[in-house]
Design a binder for this molecule. Structure first.
Ligand code: GDP
Ligand code: MG
Length: 426
């Protein structure tokens, strides 16, 4: 071969080798990659779906795969349905000291639904005196005592203010007399001191009687009987409904007896209350002899193992004589069915009737041995002082006070709470 041909051959081989190397380098570079090599920061691993619940239902083993037998959960350790603990296979949060946290950010778990228990609004006894207070009885008293010196004109003004709240002449006179002889002002604003003095005196008047929830003592294994009497419209049936709720909440099992057989609507009303409270009601036929219904009610209560019977009665005043005879008969029949019954006879009076309510009491006291008073509709009057007149004129304990038409609007009467609410200065 000629030397020039050898040189040409060598040059051709060298050129081919160069082209080959260049092709290999080109093929190593990824198409589309834009980030330079040094941009190799820690990139968060791709988001993984949330870890499965710790206690996932066991999966049936795949064919050929042995069933997984993990360690049993340690006793007492609560099983979390889901939570922040990293589950196997789940990315562990990473922190770069120089840069930012690049851990996957999980959205916060949705808040657990709150258990909302609607508590009934219980109106305090004082709520029943709102109108008495709002309509200026205490404001008038405070105003009178602003003058600072206790003289006859001031005492007359104070007595008048007391009478506007229907406290009764006897009680108003007693309070004013006590003020004259016993009250010792200690300097400063007179009004609040006088209110405090009246509060104490009111308590002294009320306290000798054992007011509040009656102690019903039936014989062991026999139901106790509460007989409820009062003029139509005073609030008997409503009070019985509220009382049933009150006693049911205290664990009593009871039977309500709808003894106002003279008025079908009256019986229906008690049946509705029974449904609302969840206690059985025995209702008779319209016009049925209430005494026979009451006898049946007592028998049924014994059979059912109830420990309390609350009996509604008629209250038609226009047939006064019949009413008295009827109530006497009913009263007697209770005693025949259950020795010692009725254990309590409650007279329901309407507070909005003021002093007239006291007159009504006579009829019922002639007929039956009334053992306590329920004063309904105290919320409906500006004359809340009538509580005092009733208690002292009738000489009977006040058991409950009605402060509204709702199921919870019956308060056991507490003289201290009453005196404080009546003479509250706020
Ligand atoms: N505001 C208010 N209304 C009452 C109260 N007690 C009863 N009532 C209402 O007085 C009316 C007569 O009550 P009801 O129980 O039928 O009287 P009854 O005829 O003696 O059985 C009804 O409209 C009751 O809702 C109370 O404490 N406050
Ligand atoms: Mg009624």
């Amino acid at each position: 071969m000629e030397p020039s041909a050898i040189v040409a051959l060598l040059l051709a081989i060298g050129l081919a080798a160069l082209i080959g190397m260049a092709a290999v380098r080109m093929s190593k570079k990824k198409p589309g990659r834009t980030l330079p090599e040094e941009d190799d920061e820690r990139v968060a691993p791709p988001r993984t779906p949330p870890a499965p619940p710790a206690k996932a239902p066991p999966q049936p083993p795949r064919p050929g795969q042995p069933p997984f037998k993990g360690p049993p959960p340690s006793p007492g350790q609560p099983q979390r349905p889901s939570g922040p603990a990293p589950a196997p296979g789940r990315p562990i949060p990473m922190v770069d000291a120089k840069r930012k946290v690049v851990a996957p950010v999980e959205p916060p778990p949705p808040p657990a639904p709150k258990l909302v228990v609607a508590l009934p609004v219980v109106r305090p006894l004082g709520a029943g005196l709102e109108r008495t207070r709002k309509e200026g009885f205490v404001a008038r008293l405070l105003d009178a005592f602003k003058r600072g010196t206790v003289d006859d004109a001031l005492l007359a003004q104070a007595e008048e203010a007391l009478l506007t709240a229907d406290i009764g002449v006897k009680t108003a006179t007693q309070l004013i007399e006590a003020l004259k002889t016993e009250f010792k002002p200690s300097g400063g604003d007179l009004g609040p001191q006088v209110m405090e003095f009246f509060r104490k005196k009111t308590l002294e008047i009320l306290e000798p009687l054992h007011h509040g929830v009656p102690k019903i003592a039936g014989r062991a294994g026999e139901p106790s009987v509460i007989m409820v009497v009062g003029v139509n419209g005073t609030g008997k049936t409503t009070t019985i409904g509220k009382m049933a709720h009150f006693y049911k909440n205290r664990g009593h099992s009871m039977l309500l007896a709808a003894g106002d057989t003279y008025r079908a609507a009256g019986m229906d009303q008690l049946v509705i209350w029974g449904g609302r409270v969840g206690v059985p009601v025995l209702a008779g036929n319209p016009g049925q002899d209430p005494a026979s219904l009451m006898f049946d009610a007592c028998r049924k209560a014994v059979t059912d193992g109830a420990d309390l019977v609350i009996a509604d009665t008629a209250g038609r005043l226009h047939t006064n004589v019949n009413l008295v005879d009827e109530l006497k008969k009913v009263h007697k029949v209770f005693g025949k069915a259950i020795p010692g019954a009725p254990h309590e006879v409650l007279l329901v009076l309407d507070a909005t009737m003021g002093q007239n309510a006291i007159r009504q009491a006579d009829v019922f006291q002639q007929a039956v041995d009334v053992t306590g008073i329920v004063l309904a509709k105290l919320d409906g009057t500006a004359k809340g002082g009538v509580v005092l007149s009733i208690a002292r004129d009738l000489g009977l304990p006040i058991r409950f006070v009605g402060v509204g038409e709702g199921i919870e609007d019956l308060r056991p009467f507490d003289p201290k709470e009453f005196a404080e609410a009546l003479f509250a200065t706020d």
